[in-house]
Design a protein around this ligand. Structure first.
Ligand SMILES: O=C(CO)[C@H](O)[C@H](O)COP(=O)(O)O
Length: 231
């Protein structure tokens, strides 16, 4: 499992987090993702709200991004009030050359998918380590707790190796912001992300999986302090 603490890539994450935050303009309604890279975007947006009187509303994707946004002074709204967002900004665990992404390392991919699918433009912010020719990252799958064994069996039938994600500071499984379990499913190198995506969506008991096909642009932070945008 990935270490979610700050790492040597902190600087690259900060560069792209800030760069994405600087795309946001007055009057926009923005989706705010979850994770350490998006946290830099949230911090920068808070600075712009405070210092530049930037007028925005934001929809957070998790308790983490809600708490960070409140702390940063960003006014929040909901998808009920604003069903269509201008831009969503979020991190990713892996992204391939066709801009298929794996998300959910932080367990927030269900709301992240709902928020990013509600946005006209979806910017993903990553450091170079997240870029890969082909996806081989485990796929987080949020499931109803009641359906855990059934989903594990369906994942095995699809050729995957399922593991229930366990909490680190509590005994037992991780419980998502939606009150569900997460199964991390390894498939090795994924030859066809779109068909795996459809197969996982078709499994009974699955709430949402972490393969995303709706990325508009990827901001990639480099070790030399620069960043590249691919779309
Ligand atoms: O999908 C996510 C949370 O569910 C995160 O965006 C993803 O795990 C990347 O996190 P980080 O920016 O900390 O590397």
């Amino acid at each position: 499992m990935k270490d979610r603490t700050a790492s040597s890539s902190t600087t690259e994450k900060e560069i792209v987090g800030k760069a994405a935050a600087n795309v946001i303009e007055d009057g926009m309604v923005v989706g705010l993702g979850t994770g350490s890279t998006t946290a830099y975007a949230i911090k920068e947006l808070g600075r712009r709200v405070f210092e530049e009187n930037l007028e925005i509303l934001a929809v957070p994707t998790s308790y983490q991004s809600e708490m960070l946004s409140i702390e940063a002074g960003i006014p929040l709204t909901t998808l009920s009030q604003h069903p269509v967002l201008d831009i969503a900004i979020d991190g990713a665990d892996q992204i391939d050359s066709d801009l298929n992404a794996v998300k959910g390392g932080g367990g927030a991919h269900t709301r992240e998918k709902v928020v990013s699918m509600s946005a006209n433009h979806f910017i993903v912010v990553v450091d170079e380590s997240k870029i890969s020719d082909r996806l081989d990252h485990y796929i987080p799958v949020e499931v109803l707790s009641y359906s855990r064994n059934l989903v594990c069996n369906q994942i095995k039938t699809l050729g995957g190796n399922p593991t229930t994600r366990m909490a680190t500071r509590k005994d037992g499984p991780v419980i998502t912001d939606n009150g569900n379990f997460i199964i991390d499913a390894s498939f090795g190198v994924i030859e066809d992300p779109l068909s795996l995506s459809k197969e996982l969506s078709g499994c009974t008991g699955v709430v949402e999986h972490g393969i995303f096909h709706n990325v508009s642009e990827v901001y990639i932070g480099k070790k030399d302090g620069s960043f590249e945008i691919i779309s």
